[in-house]
Unconditional design. Structure first.
Length: 442
């Protein structure tokens, strides 16, 4: 190929958001490109030598701004087309790699499915209830001692007096901490409806939340919380490693074989000595409605008073497989609402378990039977046969009477079958099965 006069400007731009903590500053980029410029120049010299190219070489000009750093290569020389193609290929490859590397942290964020932490709101409400003797005493640990040493003098605070005024106080009342956001500049969301309103009155509950915000400010709660943040993080990381080893989230994803927008939060409560439970954040604060939260505590009795609490991996399947399934099948329940409604004659509304679990209508009953059957089927696949049978027996005893039939049906015809692309394809078969198994009486 013969050389020809050439006037060309090539503008290579990399778009980078400098507000991301994962991206180097403009100063770092400038230093990086300065270091690379000599290497680029040397490669071009080698390329031209290979192509028998004797034209003067250009030098790249670098322009840096906070929003869009770029390199402007000005070609104003007689340059072989073959050489130019070679150089453009090298630089485009280099910039492509740089661009992909810049995207990696973003991908990591998108795939972040599990958070394990100490929630400041839950910790705040737990401390207030402990000071009012309205919460089981925490198991001994260095942390519980530090809490009482710091907050013990605030037993006469109005927030503590308010919770004392409640007749019967439940341990999971601390979930009201999720009505708060934007710590330390707390914003309070006031839910329109809450089960706690029926127990204590809406005005009393909302007043209590506001008084707990006052407690937060009056006691300089945030200073205490921040001082312990490194330990909170360590506790969370240790438990997260344990949970991740179970691959429970991946197992649920492998079961459904389609995506659902779910975020998982294990809320570790170092002052909780009584038990674990799920928190329905969608009823407490809509901005957290896509989070499935599981509250757990430190359950070791007689632990060392000078040691930190250790959090164990217990019953997390209930959050992932049960609560997660509610999210996964929600679109299917809407799509097949008509067919599901036609099965309403199967609603066992008079059974004690339905009343005890407040299952007040057939759609709710169907939903619960479905997720419990799916959870049992996953137990059959990933746990022991004994654990599976115990799971089915527990649901049957609670009057979720269709789990006994649906769990093995799902296991045999979906989990152990390659016939269906995903659970959405299989779902209509469940409805057909119930129609055939329990035909409507004339």
């Amino acid at each position: 190929m013969s050389d020809a006069p050439l006037g060309l400007s090539v503008l290579c731009i990399t778009m980078i958001n400098f507000e991301s903590k994962y991206v180097p500053t403009s100063l770092k980029l400038k230093t990086y490109f300065k270091l690379q410029r000599s290497a680029i120049h040397q490669r071009r010299s080698q390329a031209c030598a290979t192509r028998n190219c004797t034209e003067p070489l250009f030098r790249p000009k670098l322009f840096i701004s906070k929003k869009s750093p770029f390199i402007n290569y000005n070609f104003n020389s007689r340059f072989s087309i073959a050489c130019l193609r070679y150089l453009i290929f090298i630089e485009m490859k280099k910039l492509s790699i740089l661009f992909l590397i810049a995207l990696l942290p973003v991908a990591g964020i998108c795939q972040g499915e599990l958070k394990v932490n100490v929630h400041p709101g839950v910790e705040l409400f737990t401390i207030v209830q402990i000071l009012g003797d309205k919460y089981p005493q925490p198991n001994a640990s260095a942390y519980s001692k530090e809490v009482m040493d710091y907050f013990g003098k605030y037993k006469d605070h109005p927030a503590v007096k308010k919770v004392i005024s409640f007749d019967k106080t439940y341990t999971d009342l601390v979930e009201l901490g999720w009505c708060m956001s934007d710590f330390p500049n707390i914003k309070i969301y006031e839910p329109a409806e809450l089960s706690w309103y029926k127990m204590y009155g809406k005005e009393n509950v909302l007043e209590y939340i506001k008084l707990c915000k006052d407690f937060f400010n009056d006691t300089r709660f945030w200073d205490f919380f921040q001082k312990h943040q490194a330990r909170y993080t360590k506790w969370g990381d240790d438990l997260k490693a344990n949970v991740d080893s179970g691959k429970l989230i991946k197992k649920l994803q492998d079961f459904y074989r389609y995506d659902a927008a779910i975020n998982w939060d294990i809320c570790i409560d170092p002052l909780n000595s009584w038990g674990s439970h799920a928190i329905m954040t969608k009823t407490l604060n809509p901005q957290f409605s896509d989070w499935l939260v599981y509250n757990t505590g430190y359950f070791k009795e007689g632990g060392a008073k000078d040691a930190d609490p250790v959090f164990e991996f217990r019953d997390f399947e209930n959050l992932v497989w049960h609560e997660g399934s509610h999210v996964y099948i929600s679109t299917l329940l809407k799509k097949y609402q008509k067919e599901i409604d036609e099965l309403s004659y199967l609603y066992n509304k008079d059974d004690e378990g339905m009343k005890r679990n407040q299952i007040s209508n057939w759609p709710y009953c169907f939903d619960e039977n479905m997720v419990r059957s799916i959870t049992a089927a996953l137990y059959k696949k990933y746990r022991t046969e004994r654990a599976y049978k115990r799971q089915v027996a527990r649901q049957t005893a609670s009057d979720f009477i269709y789990v006994d039939e649906l769990a093995p049906f799902i296991y045999d015809n979906y989990i152990n079958s390659a016939k269906y692309k995903n659970f959405a394809d299989f779902f209509p078969e469940i409805i057909k099965y119930l129609q055939a198994k329990y035909p409507k009486k004339a």
